[in-house]
Design a binder for this molecule. Sequence first.
Ligand code: GLA
Length: 393
Amino acid sequence: MNLTMLNTTFENVFHTLPERAFFAPGRINLIGEHTDYNGGHVFPCAITYGTYAVARKREDQLVRVYSMNFAEKGIIEFNLNELEYDKHQNWANYPKGMIRYIIEAGYEIPSGFECVIQGNIPNGAGLSSSASIEVLTGVLVNGLFELELPRLNLIKLGKKVENEFIGVNSGVMDQFAIGMGLKDAGILLDCQNLKYEYAPIHLENHKILIMNTNKRRELADSKYNERRAECEEALAQLQLKLPIEALGQLSEEEFDTNQSLITNEIVRKRAKHAVYENIRTLKALNELKAGNVEAFGQLMNQSHISLRDDYEVTGVELDTLVEAAWNHPGVLGARMTGAGFGGCAIAIVANEEVERFIANVGAAYLDKIGYEADFYVASIGDGAKEIEMEEAL
Ligand code: GLA
C-alpha cells in the first residue's frame, strides 16, 4: 500500500499536509471460535490487509476524521469535550469511542487532530475492520500525543468500545490479534488471563486463502449476543456443582460427565462447542508445533462441523464454501473464521492448486448461492504500528 492517495486526499480535504502515518491490520482466526468470551483459547493472526491513517494535530479541541472508504459521509467532526455515541456519525463512532475511553482511563489528549483513513480489509466481511479502526485510533492518538499507553491497555480499551460504546458483547480476540500480531506467526491466547505465545507459521507448500461469502449480515450482532447469553446460562447451571469461572476451564470428560446439569438441550450444545473447541485449539497448536499440518487441518474441519451443528453460526453460504473446499484436492483444512452468520471462511490450499481451487469453489458457490464469493491470499503480518511517512511517499 502506498500512502500517496491518503496524503493527496488529506491535502484536498484539510488544505494542509499530514505529519504522521499509522497502520492497523485486520485478522483471521485459524482456530478457537466463540471461545474468547468463554475464557478459552483462540489462535488468530494479523493479516497484511488493514487500515491506514495519516494525521496532524490541531490547535483547538476538534477532531475531524475522513474515511476514503466512506467518502460520501465527508468530514465527520466532534469535540474532545463531547464524546457521546451519535448514530449519525456512523463509522466515526469507533474513533470517538476510543478517544473517550483513552481520556477516561486518565490520559490527557491536549488538542484535537485531523486524519484521513483508508482500509483495504473487505468491508463487513468478519475480518475485524471495526477492531482495526479502534486499535488504529489507539496507536494514532498514542503516537501523536506521546501518551505511552501500554499496548495491552490499548487493546482492552478497544474491546470496551465494542462492548460499551457500540453494544456488541464481543470478546478480546480481535483487538488482541490486531494489537499484538507478528509476521508469520499465530498467537495462542488464553482469554481467561491474557497469557499468550507466538507460534511460527511456515507453510512453504500452502497458502491460506480467505473466502468471502459476500453475505450481508445485519443480524449478526443480535445473534452474537444471543450465543453469548446461552453460554452464560450453561455456565450458571454447571456452577451449581462445579467450582468453575468459565466454560474454558473444563476438559471434554468433565463436560460429558456434568452436561446433564444443563437443562436446555440447545444450550447444552452451545456449551459443548465452547468446551470442545477450546481443547481442539490446544491440540491444534501442538500439532502445528510438531509439524503435523495435516492434523492441524483436520482439527480446522472439526471446528467448522462443531460451529455448524452445535453452535449453529455458519449458515448455507459459509457451509457451501467450506464443504466445496473440503472436497477439493490439495486442501489441508477449511473452516469459517470470526463470528460467522456470513462473513469469511479460510482454507489452507496447496500452492499448485490455488488457481483451480478459486475457479472450482467459486463456481460451486455461484451455482448454489446465486452470487459470487471473493477469494484473497492471506499473508500474516505485524500488529498495529506507526509507519514512516517518507517510506510510503
Ligand atoms: C467476533 C468477536 C470475537 C470472537 C469471534 C468469534 O470476531 O469480535 O471476540 O468472539 O467473533 O470467535
